[in-house]
Unconditional design. Sequence first.
Length: 558
Amino acid sequence: MTQEQALEILKSGKNAFITGPAGSGKTFILNRYINWLKAGGVSAAVTASTGIAATHLNGITIHSWTGMGVHDWLDARDIKDLVKRGYLRRRFLRTSVLIIDEISMLAAPQLDLADQLFRAFKQIDMPFGGVQVVLCGDFFQLPPIKRAVSQKNRQKKSKSQTSLDFDQNEDDCSSGFAYQSRAWRDLGLKICYLDEQHRQGGTEFLRILNAIRSNAVDGDIRKSLEKRIAAPIDMPVVPAKLYTHNVDVEIENNSELRKIAGKEFVYKMELIGPLALAEKLQKGCLAPPVLRLKVGARVMFVKNNFEEGYVNGTLGAVHDLDESRILVRTMAGVLIDVGPASWHIAEEGNIKAEINQYPLRLAWAITVHKSQGMSLDAAEVDLRQSFELGMGYVALSRVRSLAGLSLAGFNEIALRVNEEVLEFDEKLKKESAAHACDLTAKPLSPRQFAPVKTGKKPETASVTRELVQKGLPLEEIARIRKLTMGTILGHCEKIKVKDAEFDFSSLAKNVLPAKLAAATAALKKCRNEDGGYPLSPAMELMDGAASYEEMRLARLLL
Protein backbone atom coordinates (compact mmCIF):
# COMPACT_ATOMS: atom_id res chain seq x y z
CA MET A 1 0.00 0.00 0.00
CA THR A 2 1.24 3.50 -0.79
CA GLN A 3 1.49 6.31 1.73
CA GLU A 4 -1.29 8.22 -0.02
CA GLN A 5 -3.64 5.25 0.22
CA ALA A 6 -2.88 4.89 3.92
CA LEU A 7 -3.53 8.59 4.47
CA GLU A 8 -6.87 8.28 2.68
CA ILE A 9 -7.91 5.52 5.10
CA LEU A 10 -6.87 7.60 8.11
CA LYS A 11 -8.73 10.68 6.92
CA SER A 12 -11.89 8.61 6.45
CA GLY A 13 -12.00 8.03 10.22
CA LYS A 14 -11.39 4.27 10.09
CA ASN A 15 -9.50 2.51 12.86
CA ALA A 16 -6.20 1.53 11.30
CA PHE A 17 -2.85 -0.16 11.82
CA ILE A 18 0.07 1.44 9.97
CA THR A 19 2.93 -1.02 9.49
CA GLY A 20 5.77 -1.94 7.18
CA PRO A 21 9.56 -2.38 7.22
CA ALA A 22 11.87 0.11 8.94
CA GLY A 23 12.23 3.19 6.78
CA SER A 24 8.91 2.77 4.96
CA GLY A 25 7.58 6.08 6.27
CA LYS A 26 5.27 5.03 9.11
CA THR A 27 6.07 7.98 11.38
CA PHE A 28 6.02 10.33 8.37
CA ILE A 29 2.43 9.29 7.62
CA LEU A 30 1.42 9.78 11.26
CA ASN A 31 2.86 13.29 11.28
CA ARG A 32 1.00 14.16 8.07
CA TYR A 33 -2.25 12.91 9.59
CA ILE A 34 -1.62 14.75 12.87
CA ASN A 35 -1.04 18.00 10.97
CA TRP A 36 -4.26 17.41 9.02
CA LEU A 37 -6.18 16.91 12.27
CA LYS A 38 -4.68 20.07 13.78
CA ALA A 39 -5.65 22.10 10.71
CA GLY A 40 -9.23 20.91 11.20
CA GLY A 41 -9.27 21.75 14.91
CA VAL A 42 -9.55 18.09 15.89
CA SER A 43 -8.25 17.07 19.33
CA ALA A 44 -6.00 14.01 19.04
CA ALA A 45 -4.12 12.09 21.72
CA VAL A 46 -0.65 11.64 20.24
CA THR A 47 1.09 8.86 22.15
CA ALA A 48 3.67 6.10 21.85
CA SER A 49 4.74 3.07 23.84
CA THR A 50 8.18 4.58 24.54
CA GLY A 51 9.46 8.05 25.34
CA ILE A 52 11.87 8.17 22.41
CA ALA A 53 9.16 7.21 19.91
CA ALA A 54 6.92 9.90 21.38
CA THR A 55 9.56 12.55 20.64
CA HIS A 56 9.16 11.98 16.90
CA LEU A 57 5.50 12.95 17.17
CA ASN A 58 5.84 15.63 19.86
CA GLY A 59 3.68 13.35 21.97
CA ILE A 60 3.67 11.53 25.30
CA THR A 61 3.73 7.87 26.34
CA ILE A 62 0.36 6.11 26.37
CA HIS A 63 1.06 5.10 29.97
CA SER A 64 1.36 8.74 31.07
CA TRP A 65 -1.46 10.05 28.86
CA THR A 66 -4.06 7.58 30.15
CA GLY A 67 -2.87 7.69 33.76
CA MET A 68 -2.38 3.91 33.86
CA GLY A 69 1.37 4.18 34.46
CA VAL A 70 3.17 0.84 34.41
CA HIS A 71 0.09 -1.17 35.38
CA ASP A 72 -1.23 -4.03 33.23
CA TRP A 73 -4.61 -4.00 34.96
CA LEU A 74 -6.62 -1.94 37.41
CA ASP A 75 -9.53 -2.96 39.60
CA ALA A 76 -12.86 -1.12 39.73
CA ARG A 77 -11.77 1.15 42.59
CA ASP A 78 -8.53 2.09 40.80
CA ILE A 79 -10.44 3.11 37.68
CA LYS A 80 -13.03 5.00 39.71
CA ASP A 81 -10.23 6.98 41.36
CA LEU A 82 -8.73 7.85 37.97
CA VAL A 83 -12.10 9.00 36.60
CA LYS A 84 -12.37 11.44 39.50
CA ARG A 85 -9.24 13.27 38.39
CA GLY A 86 -10.37 16.40 36.62
CA TYR A 87 -7.38 16.84 34.34
CA LEU A 88 -7.69 13.25 33.11
CA ARG A 89 -11.44 13.55 32.60
CA ARG A 90 -11.01 16.71 30.52
CA ARG A 91 -8.25 15.05 28.50
CA PHE A 92 -10.34 11.97 27.64
CA LEU A 93 -13.59 13.83 26.94
CA ARG A 94 -12.11 16.26 24.43
CA THR A 95 -10.23 13.56 22.48
CA SER A 96 -11.59 12.36 19.14
CA VAL A 97 -8.58 10.42 17.85
CA LEU A 98 -6.06 8.21 19.67
CA ILE A 99 -2.68 7.56 18.05
CA ILE A 100 -0.25 5.00 19.51
CA ASP A 101 3.17 4.66 17.86
CA GLU A 102 5.63 1.76 18.40
CA ILE A 103 2.72 -0.53 19.24
CA SER A 104 5.04 -3.57 19.17
CA MET A 105 6.41 -2.59 22.60
CA LEU A 106 2.98 -2.24 24.20
CA ALA A 107 1.87 -5.47 25.86
CA ALA A 108 -1.58 -6.91 25.16
CA PRO A 109 -2.88 -6.26 28.71
CA GLN A 110 -1.87 -2.59 28.47
CA LEU A 111 -3.75 -2.06 25.20
CA ASP A 112 -6.80 -3.69 26.79
CA LEU A 113 -6.44 -1.45 29.82
CA ALA A 114 -6.26 1.65 27.63
CA ASP A 115 -9.47 0.50 25.93
CA GLN A 116 -11.08 0.01 29.31
CA LEU A 117 -10.11 3.48 30.50
CA PHE A 118 -11.50 5.14 27.38
CA ARG A 119 -14.82 3.34 27.89
CA ALA A 120 -14.90 4.42 31.53
CA PHE A 121 -14.11 8.08 30.90
CA LYS A 122 -16.28 8.41 27.79
CA GLN A 123 -19.13 6.38 29.34
CA ILE A 124 -19.62 4.73 25.94
CA ASP A 125 -19.47 0.94 25.69
CA MET A 126 -17.65 0.83 22.37
CA PRO A 127 -14.01 0.08 21.59
CA PHE A 128 -12.02 2.96 23.08
CA GLY A 129 -15.21 4.86 23.83
CA GLY A 130 -15.93 5.41 20.13
CA VAL A 131 -12.79 7.45 19.29
CA GLN A 132 -10.83 6.68 16.12
CA VAL A 133 -7.78 4.57 16.97
CA VAL A 134 -4.62 4.63 14.84
CA LEU A 135 -1.93 2.13 15.80
CA CYS A 136 1.50 2.18 14.22
CA GLY A 137 4.55 -0.03 14.38
CA ASP A 138 6.34 -3.12 13.20
CA PHE A 139 6.08 -6.38 15.13
CA PHE A 140 9.55 -7.33 13.87
CA GLN A 141 10.78 -4.70 16.33
CA LEU A 142 11.49 -5.79 19.89
CA PRO A 143 8.54 -7.19 21.87
CA PRO A 144 7.19 -5.86 25.17
CA ILE A 145 9.55 -6.31 28.09
CA LYS A 146 8.42 -9.28 30.16
CA ARG A 147 7.62 -8.61 33.78
CA ALA A 148 6.83 -11.42 36.18
CA VAL A 149 3.45 -11.27 37.94
CA SER A 150 3.60 -12.01 41.67
CA GLN A 151 1.28 -14.60 43.17
CA LYS A 152 -0.29 -11.90 45.36
CA ASN A 153 -1.08 -9.68 42.38
CA ARG A 154 -2.32 -12.64 40.34
CA GLN A 155 -4.79 -13.52 43.09
CA LYS A 156 -5.89 -9.90 43.42
CA LYS A 157 -6.32 -9.65 39.66
CA SER A 158 -8.45 -12.79 39.53
CA LYS A 159 -10.86 -11.18 41.99
CA SER A 160 -10.99 -7.88 40.15
CA GLN A 161 -14.30 -6.94 38.60
CA THR A 162 -12.51 -5.27 35.73
CA SER A 163 -9.84 -7.81 34.83
CA LEU A 164 -9.79 -8.96 31.22
CA ASP A 165 -9.23 -12.27 29.41
CA PHE A 166 -6.12 -12.64 27.24
CA ASP A 167 -4.90 -15.20 24.75
CA GLN A 168 -1.56 -15.75 26.45
CA ASN A 169 -1.01 -17.92 29.51
CA GLU A 170 -1.21 -15.77 32.65
CA ASP A 171 1.28 -18.06 34.38
CA ASP A 172 3.99 -16.80 32.03
CA CYS A 173 4.64 -13.08 32.31
CA SER A 174 2.71 -9.89 31.93
CA SER A 175 3.45 -9.53 28.23
CA GLY A 176 2.07 -10.69 24.89
CA PHE A 177 1.99 -8.74 21.64
CA ALA A 178 -0.70 -6.08 21.29
CA TYR A 179 -2.35 -8.02 18.47
CA GLN A 180 -3.15 -10.77 20.99
CA SER A 181 -5.39 -8.41 22.96
CA ARG A 182 -9.16 -8.30 22.98
CA ALA A 183 -9.04 -4.61 22.12
CA TRP A 184 -7.15 -5.34 18.88
CA ARG A 185 -9.83 -7.81 17.81
CA ASP A 186 -12.68 -5.43 18.68
CA LEU A 187 -11.24 -2.47 16.75
CA GLY A 188 -11.75 -3.97 13.28
CA LEU A 189 -8.52 -2.35 12.08
CA LYS A 190 -7.85 -1.46 8.45
CA ILE A 191 -4.34 -2.73 7.71
CA CYS A 192 -2.04 -0.28 5.93
CA TYR A 193 1.15 -2.16 5.06
CA LEU A 194 3.51 0.41 3.53
CA ASP A 195 5.70 -1.13 0.83
CA GLU A 196 7.80 1.87 -0.20
CA GLN A 197 11.33 2.41 1.18
CA HIS A 198 12.47 5.88 2.29
CA ARG A 199 15.38 5.36 4.70
CA GLN A 200 17.98 2.73 3.86
CA GLY A 201 20.09 3.49 0.82
CA GLY A 202 21.53 0.83 -1.50
CA THR A 203 20.12 -2.46 -2.72
CA GLU A 204 22.73 -4.49 -0.79
CA PHE A 205 21.66 -3.11 2.59
CA LEU A 206 17.99 -3.63 1.77
CA ARG A 207 18.76 -7.21 0.74
CA ILE A 208 20.41 -7.83 4.13
CA LEU A 209 17.53 -6.32 6.11
CA ASN A 210 14.88 -8.16 4.10
CA ALA A 211 16.74 -11.45 4.55
CA ILE A 212 16.82 -11.02 8.35
CA ARG A 213 13.19 -9.91 8.37
CA SER A 214 12.12 -13.09 6.54
CA ASN A 215 14.40 -15.49 8.49
CA ALA A 216 16.25 -16.20 5.25
CA VAL A 217 19.84 -15.35 6.20
CA ASP A 218 22.30 -17.49 4.20
CA GLY A 219 26.06 -17.65 3.84
CA ASP A 220 26.09 -14.79 1.36
CA ILE A 221 24.27 -12.47 3.79
CA ARG A 222 26.64 -13.45 6.60
CA LYS A 223 29.65 -12.58 4.42
CA SER A 224 28.15 -9.15 3.67
CA LEU A 225 27.71 -8.49 7.39
CA GLU A 226 31.19 -9.79 8.24
CA LYS A 227 32.64 -7.17 5.89
CA ARG A 228 31.20 -4.50 8.19
CA ILE A 229 32.99 -5.86 11.30
CA ALA A 230 35.38 -3.13 12.48
CA ALA A 231 34.66 -1.29 9.22
CA PRO A 232 35.67 2.41 9.32
CA ILE A 233 32.88 4.97 8.91
CA ASP A 234 33.92 7.80 6.63
CA MET A 235 31.29 10.36 7.60
CA PRO A 236 31.41 13.82 9.23
CA VAL A 237 29.37 12.60 12.23
CA VAL A 238 30.21 10.86 15.49
CA PRO A 239 28.64 7.38 15.27
CA ALA A 240 26.13 6.38 17.93
CA LYS A 241 27.08 3.22 19.81
CA LEU A 242 24.45 0.53 20.32
CA TYR A 243 24.78 -2.32 22.80
CA THR A 244 22.44 -5.13 23.79
CA HIS A 245 23.07 -4.81 27.55
CA ASN A 246 22.93 -1.87 29.95
CA VAL A 247 26.23 -2.79 31.60
CA ASP A 248 28.13 -2.21 28.33
CA VAL A 249 26.35 1.10 27.86
CA GLU A 250 27.44 2.24 31.32
CA ILE A 251 31.07 1.23 30.71
CA GLU A 252 31.16 3.06 27.37
CA ASN A 253 29.56 6.23 28.71
CA ASN A 254 31.87 6.41 31.72
CA SER A 255 34.88 5.87 29.48
CA GLU A 256 33.84 8.73 27.18
CA LEU A 257 33.24 11.02 30.15
CA ARG A 258 36.78 10.43 31.40
CA LYS A 259 38.16 11.56 28.03
CA ILE A 260 36.74 15.07 28.50
CA ALA A 261 39.08 17.54 30.13
CA GLY A 262 37.63 19.83 32.76
CA LYS A 263 35.95 19.62 36.12
CA GLU A 264 33.56 16.77 36.84
CA PHE A 265 30.40 17.64 38.75
CA VAL A 266 28.56 15.01 40.77
CA TYR A 267 24.84 15.13 41.52
CA LYS A 268 23.45 12.64 44.03
CA MET A 269 19.85 11.51 44.07
CA GLU A 270 17.90 12.59 47.14
CA LEU A 271 15.63 9.98 48.77
CA ILE A 272 12.74 11.19 50.94
CA GLY A 273 10.38 9.05 53.00
CA PRO A 274 10.53 5.39 54.10
CA LEU A 275 13.74 3.87 52.78
CA ALA A 276 12.07 0.77 51.28
CA LEU A 277 9.61 2.87 49.25
CA ALA A 278 12.25 5.39 48.20
CA GLU A 279 14.59 2.60 47.06
CA LYS A 280 11.73 1.08 45.06
CA LEU A 281 11.32 4.42 43.30
CA GLN A 282 15.07 4.65 42.75
CA LYS A 283 15.19 1.18 41.17
CA GLY A 284 12.49 2.02 38.65
CA CYS A 285 13.85 5.47 37.78
CA LEU A 286 15.93 5.96 34.63
CA ALA A 287 17.87 8.78 36.26
CA PRO A 288 21.06 7.41 37.92
CA PRO A 289 21.53 7.56 41.71
CA VAL A 290 24.83 9.37 41.06
CA LEU A 291 25.00 11.56 37.96
CA ARG A 292 28.49 12.56 36.81
CA LEU A 293 28.78 15.29 34.17
CA LYS A 294 31.27 17.57 32.46
CA VAL A 295 30.82 20.36 29.94
CA GLY A 296 30.49 18.67 26.54
CA ALA A 297 29.04 15.41 27.85
CA ARG A 298 26.38 13.79 25.69
CA VAL A 299 23.16 13.34 27.63
CA MET A 300 19.62 12.09 27.26
CA PHE A 301 16.60 13.37 29.20
CA VAL A 302 14.72 10.64 31.08
CA LYS A 303 11.51 12.45 32.02
CA ASN A 304 8.78 14.41 30.23
CA ASN A 305 8.60 18.15 30.85
CA PHE A 306 6.74 19.84 28.01
CA GLU A 307 6.92 23.25 29.68
CA GLU A 308 10.73 23.13 29.64
CA GLY A 309 10.88 21.74 26.10
CA TYR A 310 12.08 18.17 26.62
CA VAL A 311 10.67 14.65 26.89
CA ASN A 312 11.98 11.22 27.79
CA GLY A 313 14.49 10.48 25.03
CA THR A 314 15.51 14.03 24.06
CA LEU A 315 19.24 14.05 23.25
CA GLY A 316 21.70 16.89 23.80
CA ALA A 317 25.07 17.97 25.19
CA VAL A 318 26.00 19.77 28.41
CA HIS A 319 26.63 23.44 27.56
CA ASP A 320 27.52 24.68 31.05
CA LEU A 321 27.08 23.59 34.66
CA ASP A 322 27.95 24.17 38.31
CA GLU A 323 26.95 22.62 41.64
CA SER A 324 23.29 23.58 41.28
CA ARG A 325 22.76 24.35 37.60
CA ILE A 326 22.97 22.34 34.36
CA LEU A 327 22.54 23.90 30.92
CA VAL A 328 21.90 21.46 28.06
CA ARG A 329 21.73 22.27 24.37
CA THR A 330 19.51 19.75 22.60
CA MET A 331 20.21 18.29 19.16
CA ALA A 332 17.57 20.72 17.87
CA GLY A 333 19.68 23.63 19.16
CA VAL A 334 17.44 24.57 22.10
CA LEU A 335 19.24 25.64 25.29
CA ILE A 336 17.52 24.26 28.40
CA ASP A 337 18.21 25.25 32.00
CA VAL A 338 17.66 21.87 33.60
CA GLY A 339 16.25 21.78 37.11
CA PRO A 340 15.94 18.76 39.41
CA ALA A 341 12.92 16.54 38.80
CA SER A 342 10.85 14.61 41.29
CA TRP A 343 9.42 11.09 41.17
CA HIS A 344 7.04 10.02 43.92
CA ILE A 345 4.70 7.34 45.19
CA ALA A 346 1.30 8.63 46.30
CA GLU A 347 -1.69 7.03 47.99
CA GLU A 348 -5.03 8.83 48.02
CA GLY A 349 -3.33 12.04 47.03
CA ASN A 350 -0.68 11.90 49.75
CA ILE A 351 3.00 11.54 48.80
CA LYS A 352 4.47 8.55 50.66
CA ALA A 353 7.99 8.63 49.22
CA GLU A 354 9.89 10.82 46.80
CA ILE A 355 13.21 10.96 44.99
CA ASN A 356 14.85 14.03 43.43
CA GLN A 357 17.51 14.05 40.73
CA TYR A 358 18.37 15.89 37.53
CA PRO A 359 16.44 14.06 34.76
CA LEU A 360 19.54 13.22 32.71
CA ARG A 361 21.84 10.31 31.93
CA LEU A 362 24.95 9.96 29.78
CA ALA A 363 24.19 9.04 26.16
CA TRP A 364 27.28 8.36 24.06
CA ALA A 365 26.00 4.80 24.02
CA ILE A 366 22.47 3.48 24.31
CA THR A 367 20.82 0.06 24.31
CA VAL A 368 19.19 -1.42 21.23
CA HIS A 369 15.88 -1.24 23.09
CA LYS A 370 16.29 2.52 23.55
CA SER A 371 17.21 3.00 19.89
CA GLN A 372 13.80 1.92 18.60
CA GLY A 373 12.23 4.71 16.57
CA MET A 374 15.55 6.39 15.84
CA SER A 375 17.09 7.04 12.41
CA LEU A 376 20.88 7.23 12.52
CA ASP A 377 23.39 8.40 9.91
CA ALA A 378 26.09 6.24 11.47
CA ALA A 379 26.32 3.66 14.25
CA GLU A 380 28.79 1.26 15.81
CA VAL A 381 26.75 -1.79 16.78
CA ASP A 382 27.67 -4.70 19.03
CA LEU A 383 25.35 -7.69 18.53
CA ARG A 384 27.63 -10.37 19.96
CA GLN A 385 25.41 -10.81 23.02
CA SER A 386 21.99 -10.52 21.37
CA PHE A 387 19.41 -12.31 23.49
CA GLU A 388 16.07 -11.40 21.89
CA LEU A 389 14.70 -12.39 18.48
CA GLY A 390 14.46 -9.25 16.34
CA MET A 391 17.27 -7.46 18.18
CA GLY A 392 19.64 -7.55 15.21
CA TYR A 393 16.97 -6.34 12.80
CA VAL A 394 16.10 -3.42 15.08
CA ALA A 395 19.72 -2.35 15.51
CA LEU A 396 20.72 -2.63 11.85
CA SER A 397 17.58 -0.95 10.54
CA ARG A 398 18.30 2.16 12.64
CA VAL A 399 21.07 3.03 10.18
CA ARG A 400 20.33 4.74 6.87
CA SER A 401 23.03 3.03 4.80
CA LEU A 402 25.55 0.21 4.91
CA ALA A 403 28.35 2.78 4.74
CA GLY A 404 27.17 4.17 8.07
CA LEU A 405 27.38 0.79 9.84
CA SER A 406 30.30 -0.69 11.73
CA LEU A 407 29.83 -3.98 13.57
CA ALA A 408 31.71 -5.28 16.59
CA GLY A 409 30.24 -8.69 15.76
CA PHE A 410 26.99 -10.66 15.91
CA ASN A 411 25.62 -14.01 17.05
CA GLU A 412 22.97 -16.26 15.51
CA ILE A 413 20.07 -14.79 17.53
CA ALA A 414 20.83 -11.39 15.97
CA LEU A 415 20.05 -12.83 12.53
CA ARG A 416 16.61 -14.22 13.39
CA VAL A 417 13.11 -12.90 13.97
CA ASN A 418 10.10 -14.37 15.73
CA GLU A 419 8.42 -17.11 13.60
CA GLU A 420 5.01 -16.25 15.02
CA VAL A 421 5.46 -12.63 13.97
CA LEU A 422 6.63 -13.76 10.53
CA GLU A 423 3.39 -15.72 10.07
CA PHE A 424 1.28 -12.82 11.36
CA ASP A 425 3.11 -10.43 9.03
CA GLU A 426 2.07 -12.47 5.97
CA LYS A 427 -1.54 -12.18 7.11
CA LEU A 428 -1.16 -8.41 7.45
CA LYS A 429 0.22 -8.12 3.91
CA LYS A 430 -2.79 -9.96 2.47
CA GLU A 431 -5.29 -7.83 4.40
CA SER A 432 -3.51 -4.64 3.34
CA ALA A 433 -3.55 -5.68 -0.34
CA ALA A 434 -7.30 -6.33 -0.09
CA HIS A 435 -7.88 -2.90 1.49
CA ALA A 436 -5.81 -1.25 -1.26
CA CYS A 437 -7.97 -2.95 -3.92
CA ASP A 438 -11.11 -1.71 -2.17
CA LEU A 439 -9.76 1.84 -2.26
CA THR A 440 -9.13 1.60 -6.00
CA ALA A 441 -12.69 0.39 -6.57
CA LYS A 442 -14.32 2.85 -4.17
CA PRO A 443 -12.31 5.82 -2.80
CA LEU A 444 -13.14 6.97 0.72
CA SER A 445 -14.34 10.46 1.63
CA PRO A 446 -12.60 12.40 4.44
CA ARG A 447 -14.47 12.25 7.73
CA GLN A 448 -16.12 15.45 8.91
CA PHE A 449 -15.15 16.14 12.51
CA ALA A 450 -16.90 18.54 14.84
CA PRO A 451 -13.98 20.71 16.02
CA VAL A 452 -13.46 20.86 19.76
CA LYS A 453 -13.79 24.38 21.10
CA THR A 454 -10.94 25.31 23.35
CA GLY A 455 -10.05 28.62 24.90
CA LYS A 456 -6.51 29.83 25.20
CA LYS A 457 -4.91 28.04 28.12
CA PRO A 458 -2.81 30.24 30.39
CA GLU A 459 0.81 29.31 31.00
CA THR A 460 1.07 27.05 34.02
CA ALA A 461 3.64 29.34 35.72
CA SER A 462 1.14 32.21 35.38
CA VAL A 463 -1.49 30.17 37.22
CA THR A 464 0.99 29.53 40.03
CA ARG A 465 1.85 33.25 40.15
CA GLU A 466 -1.81 34.15 40.71
CA LEU A 467 -2.06 31.69 43.62
CA VAL A 468 1.12 33.08 45.22
CA GLN A 469 -0.30 36.58 44.94
CA LYS A 470 -3.33 35.37 46.89
CA GLY A 471 -1.00 34.66 49.82
CA LEU A 472 -1.28 30.86 49.79
CA PRO A 473 1.50 28.67 51.27
CA LEU A 474 3.52 26.27 49.11
CA GLU A 475 1.74 23.08 50.22
CA GLU A 476 -1.70 24.56 49.51
CA ILE A 477 -0.73 25.69 46.00
CA ALA A 478 0.68 22.22 45.24
CA ARG A 479 -2.56 20.62 46.49
CA ILE A 480 -4.79 22.94 44.45
CA ARG A 481 -2.75 22.47 41.27
CA LYS A 482 -2.28 18.71 41.85
CA LEU A 483 1.46 19.13 41.31
CA THR A 484 4.48 18.40 43.46
CA MET A 485 5.99 21.15 45.60
CA GLY A 486 9.13 20.80 43.49
CA THR A 487 7.21 21.68 40.33
CA ILE A 488 5.60 24.71 42.01
CA LEU A 489 9.01 25.90 43.18
CA GLY A 490 10.24 25.49 39.61
CA HIS A 491 7.45 27.82 38.45
CA CYS A 492 8.42 30.33 41.12
CA GLU A 493 12.07 30.23 40.13
CA LYS A 494 11.03 31.09 36.57
CA ILE A 495 8.91 33.95 37.87
CA LYS A 496 11.83 35.32 39.88
CA VAL A 497 14.07 35.36 36.80
CA LYS A 498 11.53 37.62 35.07
CA ASP A 499 10.58 39.62 38.18
CA ALA A 500 13.31 39.77 40.84
CA GLU A 501 11.12 41.91 43.16
CA PHE A 502 8.17 39.51 43.25
CA ASP A 503 7.06 38.68 46.82
CA PHE A 504 7.22 34.95 47.59
CA SER A 505 7.08 35.29 51.39
CA SER A 506 3.62 33.69 51.68
CA LEU A 507 5.04 30.37 50.45
CA ALA A 508 6.93 29.95 53.73
CA LYS A 509 3.93 30.39 56.06
CA ASN A 510 4.16 26.78 57.23
CA VAL A 511 7.95 26.69 57.64
CA LEU A 512 9.39 27.30 61.08
CA PRO A 513 11.17 30.71 61.12
CA ALA A 514 14.19 29.22 62.85
CA LYS A 515 14.57 26.53 60.19
CA LEU A 516 14.18 29.09 57.41
CA ALA A 517 16.80 31.33 59.04
CA ALA A 518 19.24 28.41 59.37
CA ALA A 519 18.72 27.42 55.73
CA THR A 520 19.26 31.02 54.62
CA ALA A 521 22.47 31.26 56.61
CA ALA A 522 23.76 28.01 55.11
CA LEU A 523 23.03 29.24 51.59
CA LYS A 524 24.84 32.52 52.22
CA LYS A 525 27.91 30.67 53.45
CA CYS A 526 28.00 28.70 50.20
CA ARG A 527 27.56 31.64 47.86
CA ASN A 528 29.84 31.27 44.84
CA GLU A 529 31.81 33.80 42.80
CA ASP A 530 28.96 34.25 40.33
CA GLY A 531 26.57 35.26 43.10
CA GLY A 532 24.67 31.97 43.00
CA TYR A 533 23.62 29.84 45.93
CA PRO A 534 24.37 26.13 45.18
CA LEU A 535 22.07 23.80 47.08
CA SER A 536 24.26 20.71 47.53
CA PRO A 537 26.94 22.25 49.80
CA ALA A 538 24.28 24.19 51.73
CA MET A 539 22.34 20.99 52.37
CA GLU A 540 25.50 19.34 53.63
CA LEU A 541 25.91 22.19 56.13
CA MET A 542 22.31 21.68 57.26
CA ASP A 543 23.05 17.96 57.77
CA GLY A 544 19.44 16.89 57.12
CA ALA A 545 17.82 19.66 59.17
CA ALA A 546 15.96 20.96 56.10
CA SER A 547 14.37 19.20 53.12
CA TYR A 548 15.34 19.84 49.50
CA GLU A 549 12.12 21.86 48.95
CA GLU A 550 12.77 23.95 52.07
CA MET A 551 16.26 24.77 50.83
CA ARG A 552 14.91 25.79 47.41
CA LEU A 553 12.28 27.92 49.14
CA ALA A 554 14.92 29.62 51.28
CA ARG A 555 16.98 30.37 48.17
CA LEU A 556 13.89 31.78 46.47
CA LEU A 557 13.41 34.23 49.34
CA LEU A 558 17.01 35.50 49.29
